[in-house]
Design a protein around this ligand. Structure first.
Ligand code: ADP
Ligand code: ZN
Length: 720
């Protein structure tokens, strides 16, 4: 199997002297190149390639083979998602090539303190950054320092020449300190203890099972599933925890360390290649007992996986939309099945998919009913923007402003949530009505005032903010329409000039260090008012935060896709859950134009179960997921005409059968994306009918002209 989008593995001749077995990593000729591949299986019964056309394996690479369970997982994902298996395999192959890699790194010279040697050596900001990266003691390679301290390699060389840095051998394989399952952890409440006991038994039973662990935000679910992990470690086995956004998990990591007296291994796409190699190897050798990671950690070569945890299982971030389109939560369940281990899905607001699996008896269910330590759930109230309107050109209602003032006045913290980056989502000419649009996408350009640019959030296209309208050339006629966090920050700055403000958005807080620093500053009460995008909704625990204001609670409902209401409830409930996590009670204010909407009612009444039941009642009759299956076909082409032709061909050859419906073709909401014209079709089947064979046959009936593409998205989450 080669890591390319071919339909399947290729045949090669085994030369004299080589004895490759399935799983071995080999070097093979492909056209005029040499490529790394994996021996997939013994040859099947299909027609053998004639002897004279066979080419020979060049070498077996001296590296651990790809495990059987990983190969079966890859086959399974490829079949389920209709992806070429080589493309899926690529995700598992990103590391094992054991290039020797650098063996030397840098540490601070013993005589160097943070300020260099006073009077002797000039310390530029760049040099200071390098020294501070090395403060923690672990030596780093030049490449790592270049990346982490954002300096050039010349800066490092200069520092070495100046005697600020000393070369030092890198540890051959950073040993992961083993987590101690019997390290004294918190004593669990009765509810926690009984849930933990059930999970420990599931781990000890060494059989596949899936359990939903739910309970309100702050009910102590994390402490409970850490006990399942402790059990796996106690048995000398491994555990995998998937988190939706590992960069925002500094608090989670310190929690883990407090419980186990050691840090877990971390896996995500931002690791340096050395750390990746070392971690991969430690996992393969069973020396990394616990790995916490992003989606891609699913493909790590655990020899003895004892449990798989998916925290915040409802998060759409688990769906990978680029390359192989797969849902990491669902694949984690498959992974657990292949290694006969329990999967634990954790959320305060579980997805309807998971709830339906619980109701059907396929998944077990553990529930924590109350917040830990007597903290109460926050009071949630709607502010009707039609009655309590913000001042003209402003976005915060008088009631919300008053509540923020009170909260800060009491020495507590407040948070404003708006799920939109930048200053304003639309720029409009007041004279001619021209709207600033992306030339490559069906999307408005979002103003980022601080950076003086307009930016497309789909393709990244940016232009400087124009001085005059590009259409009518009027000067000073462009107006910002609607708010983004930047604009809310500006408004808050005028209203609360003395409040210490902190903005948390993915573009202002790139990377784990910035997020960890923000969390630290909030915990240390160095901040009065936090203003953020969905980053702030994550599992943060800020004990002094007692007020959350949702600037635009209606925002997520506009898209109108299948899960718009469900997702809005989940997101807003998560944001609301940041308030009042310690003694002082919390208050959440939702600014909305439709307080009577079922989503707002569910949040205000705190009755998520009733809401999910009504969602279920809406979806069940039409066989919408999870009571039926969906697959999307996304047609794209260079021109609108070509996209229409291909979409029409697919429409005309669409399958007809009992329990099978095809919707579309229709222009995608993002009708143009990165210059490609897009159309969508949706295949919907009853739950007892698999979509894959239908899709395979259907796609086999149409020929795709050059420049055209059909992308398949099984179980779509996004409908754009
Ligand atoms: P959830 O994951 O359900 O949102 P957490 O596990 O984050 O809840 O728990 C909320 C807070 O309560 C955390 O600060 C956690 O450390 C604390 N906590 C939970 N259970 C216990 C316990 N048994 N003893 C002490 N502190 C606990
Ligand atoms: Zn664009």
């Amino acid at each position: 199997m080669l890591p390319f989008p071919f339909p399947g593995p290729f045949d090669y001749r085994v030369p004299e002297g080589l004895v490759p077995v399935p799983g071995d990593i080999v070097l093979v000729p492909l056209n005029s190149r040499e490529e790394v591949g994996v021996v997939w299986d013994a040859p099947g019964d299909d027609k053998p390639v004639p002897e004279h056309r066979l080419r020979s394996i060049i070498a077996v690479i001296d590296t651990p083979p790809m495990r059987e369970d990983i190969r079966r997982l890859i086959d399974w994902i490829a079949a389920y998602t209709l992806s070429p298996p080589g493309e899926v395999m690529r995700m598992a192959l990103r590391v094992p090539r054991q290039e020797p890699g650098p063996t030397m790194g840098w540490r601070r010279d013993a005589s160097t303190d943070e300020d260099g040697q006073p009077g002797k050596i000039r310390l530029t900001d760049a040099r200071r950054r390098v020294l501070s990266r090395l403060a923690a003691g672990e030596p780093r390679t030049t490449a790592e320092l270049v990346k982490e301290a954002e300096v050039s390699a010349a800066v490092i060389r200069g520092m070495a020449d100046a005697g600020l840095l000393t070369a030092t051998p890198l540890p051959a394989a950073t040993a992961f300190r083993p987590p101690d399952p019997d390290h004294p952890g918190p004593s669990l409440s009765a509810d926690q203890a009984s849930a933990a006991a059930t999970l420990r038994e599931a781990v000890a039973s060494r059989t596949f099972s899936v359990t939903l662990l739910d309970g309100v935000t702050g009910s102590g679910k994390t402490e409970v599933y850490l006990e399942a992990i402790a059990q796996a470690v106690r048995e000398g086995r491994q555990a995998l925890v998937l988190l939706p956004e590992i960069a925002l998990s500094s608090q989670w990591l310190s929690r883990f360390e407090r419980r186990f007296g050691a840090a877990p291994a971390v896996w995500h796409s931002d690791l340096t290649s050395r750390v990746r190699r070392v971690t991969w190897r430690a996992v393969a050798d069973g020396k990394a007992p616990v790995v916490v990671g992003a989606r891609s950690a699913l493909f790590l070569p655990f020899p003895d996986l004892g449990c798989v945890v998916v925290d915040e299982e409802h998060e759409t971030a688990f769906k990978q939309e680029e390359g192989t389109v797969y849902h990491a939560r669902d694949m984690a369940v498959v992974r657990a099945r292949f290694c006969a281990a329990p999967a634990i899905l954790v959320s305060a607001t579980p997805s309807l998919e998971t709830v339906a699996n619980v109701e059907a008896g396929r998944y077990g269910h553990l529930h924590l009913p109350t917040r830990h330590g007597g903290a109460v759930m926050p009071q949630i109230e709607a502010i009707d923007l039609r009655e309590d309107a913000p001042e003209r050109g402003h976005f915060l209602a008088p009631r919300l402003i008053a509540a923020i003032r009170d909260t800060i006045g009491r020495g507590e913290q407040a948070m404003l949530f708006l799920n939109r980056r930048g200053y304003a989502p639309l720029t409009l000419c007041r004279r001619c009505g021209h709207r600033m649009q992306c030339p490559n996408c069906t999307a408005w350009l979002v103003e980022h005032r601080a950076r003086r640019e307009l930016r497309c959030h789909h393709c990244g296209h940016t232009v400087p903010i124009p001085e005059k309208c590009p259409a009518c050339e009027a000067v000073n006629s462009l107006a910002a329409v609607g708010p983004g966090v930047e604009r809310i920050t500006e408004e808050a700055g005028k209203l609360f000039p003395d409040a210490r403000r902190l903005v948390m958005a993915s573009d202002t807080m790139p990377g784990p260090h910035a997020a960890a620093e923000a969390a630290r500053a909030i915990e240390a009460r160095e901040v009065d008012l936090i203003i953020g995008t969905q980053i702030v909704a994550k599992g943060w625990h800020f004990p002094h935060l007692t007020l959350v204001g949702v600037v635009d609670a209606d925002l997520g409902l506009a898209g109108g896709d299948l899960r718009a209401a469900e997702r809005t409830v989940q997101l807003l409930h998560q944001v609301a859950g940041r308030a009042g996590r310690a003694e002082a009670p919390g208050l959440v204010l939702l600014q909305t134009f439709s307080p009577e909407h079922p989503v707002m009612q569910a949040l205000v009444l705190g009755d998520l179960e009733a809401f999910m039941a009504s969602e279920a009642a809406i979806r069940r009759p039409g066989h919408w997921p999870p009571y039926g299956r969906l697959a999307a076909l996304i047609v794209s082409a260079d021109t609108a005409g070509a996209a229409d032709v291909l979409a029409r061909d697919l429409g005309q050859t669409a399958p007809h059968a009992e329990g099978v419906t095809v919707l579309g073709p229709a222009p995608a909401p993002l009708a143009i994306l990165r210059g490609r014209h897009r159309r969508r079709l949706l295949l919907k089947t009853r739950r007892d009918i698999a979509v894959q064979p239908i899709l395979r046959e259907w796609l086999g009936r149409v020929s795709v002209a050059r420049g055209g593409r059909v992308d398949v998205d099984v179980d779509p989450v996004s409908f754009l």
